[in-house]
Design a protein around this ligand. Structure first.
Ligand SMILES: *Cc1c(COP(=O)(O)O)cnc(C)c1O
Length: 409
């Protein structure tokens, strides 16, 4: 891969002078590059899977969030093809105008039943679900309290809402309680919304949801839990970590994505009928956006059905077997709550990038995750395992890592 950017006039397709806009952007890009933080797109010439084709090479990939190997699954493809044939390629309008095609309603009914919630609403992405929901519920007189490591979409939404934003140290209940105590004393009895992920996207660790629920009840806050990396994977019905910890009924706003374990695309909110009715009226990313393609909704629905089947159960078991094998291969400590995300923290940005490059030379693809996705100096290889990996794949990765990586944790 050639990561070099050359800012020469030759790039300028024959223009005589570099205009101020271009030169300003080139300067900014140079800054990003010299900090070792320049990123670029890699074209993938294959479906998502354990082997992906990049630049003419087949790479063993431990980088997707396709935890159950559903993104290229025949059942999802068939459902999306059928929906395309029956409902067309595009929805043609927003949901509230005339784009609320049957596949979206079928998906939302299936999703609500799956989650054991009164109602569900789907958005074009998880990002849009967070932005639409948080800005609909909260305004400048309110207070939002988030875990330090919540996803960018939650941070962006909280800022956009205009509410006062407070951040508590990651999974730190004492700090959380301090913030709640402070919020409770703010004049005018503001509404407080507490937001966390259940399984954290870059660290793979779990939030102490029971204790968080106890605190939010003590202080009369609302709770929103983003289950992006847990839906489809945890609990007797695979609803998510909230189910596994038996706290689903205490969470006002359950959020997730259809693009990770469900292998499709879209975001969702589950909760009460009133919540969904309110969002249909007030969530701007839902209202002012063309409905997703019917194919995506049908694929997501097929995924939810598959996850609940015996075949889905088997995929789940395979995933957890691979996680256990990987952790034992690299002598990684076991966690009380395992996840499919195993971060190998290397610290320096350039060290993480060099490690990823060495793996690439052995045709193994593990992404180096850097600032701004994680804190500066906390760069890492983020290994994600899926049900589609074989025990042999995991051994291959373990062997390569043991030669390359000098882990900090
Ligand atoms: C991926 C992700 C999202 C966004 O979901 P998309 O459907 O990809 O937009 C939200 N929250 C977390 C924690 C995520 O990892």
């Amino acid at each position: 891969m050639t990561a070099k950017l050359s800012f020469t006039r030759a790039n300028c397709l024959g223009c005589v002078r570099v205009n101020p806009f271009e030169s300003q952007l080139q300067q900014r890009l140079s800054g990003i590059q010299s900090a070792g933080l320049l990123r670029e797109l890699r074209r993938v010439d294959s479906p998502q899977g354990t082997r992906i084709n990049i630049a003419g090479k087949s790479l063993l990939s431990f980088s997707s969030n396709d935890y159950l190997g559903l993104a290229n699954h025949p059942a999802l493809k068939e459902a999306s093809i059928k929906a395309t044939e029956k409902f067309g390629a595009g929805a043609g309008a927003s949901r509230l105008i005339c784009g609320s095609l049957a596949p979206f309603h079928e998906l939302e009914e299936t999703l609500a039943a799956f989650k054991g919630a009164q109602a569900a609403l789907t958005f074009s992405t998880g990002y849009a679900a967070a932005v639409g929901t948080i800005t609909a519920l909260m305004g400048k007189d309110d207070i939002i309290i988030v875990d330090k490591l919540v996803h960018a979409c939650i941070v962006d939404a909280a800022k956009l809402s205009g509410a006062k934003l407070r951040v508590f140290a990651h999974n730190n209940l004492e700090d959380l309680e301090e913030k709640l105590r402070w919020a409770k004393e703010v004049q005018g009895q503001p509404q407080i919304l507490l937001i966390t992920e259940s399984i954290f996207s870059m660290d793979g660790d779990a939030a102490p949801l029971r204790e968080i629920v106890a605190l939010k009840e003590k202080y009369g806050a609302w709770l929103m839990v983003d289950e992006a990396h847990a839906t489809g994977l945890y609990g007797a019905n695979r609803r998510g970590l909230a189910e596994a910890l038996d706290v689903s009924d205490h969470i006002e706003i359950q959020m997730g994505t259809l693009g990770k374990a469900f292998g499709a695309s879209g975001g969702y909110i589950c909760g009460s009928r009133a919540l969904v009715d309110f969002l249909v009226n007030r969530a701007r990313s839902f209202i002012f956006s063309t409905a997703p393609v019917p194919a995506a909704a049908a694929a997501a629905r097929a995924a939810i059905q598959l996850v609940q089947s015996a075949a889905g159960q088997k995929l789940n078991e395979q995933l957890w077997a691979r996680v256990a094998e990987f952790k034992s291969a690299i002598s990684h400590p076991q966690s009380a709550i395992e996840s499919a995300i195993v971060p190998l923290i290397l610290g320096d940005e350039s060290v993480a990038v060099a490690a990823a490059t060495k793996l690439r030379e052995q045709n193994i693809f593990v992404p180096a995750i850097r600032y701004p996705t994680v804190a500066r100096g906390a760069a890492r290889l983020r290994v994600t395992l899926t049900a589609a990996h074989t025990a042999n794949d995991v051994q291959t990765l373990g062997g390569a890592l043991s030669q390359i990586v000098n882990r900090k944790s």
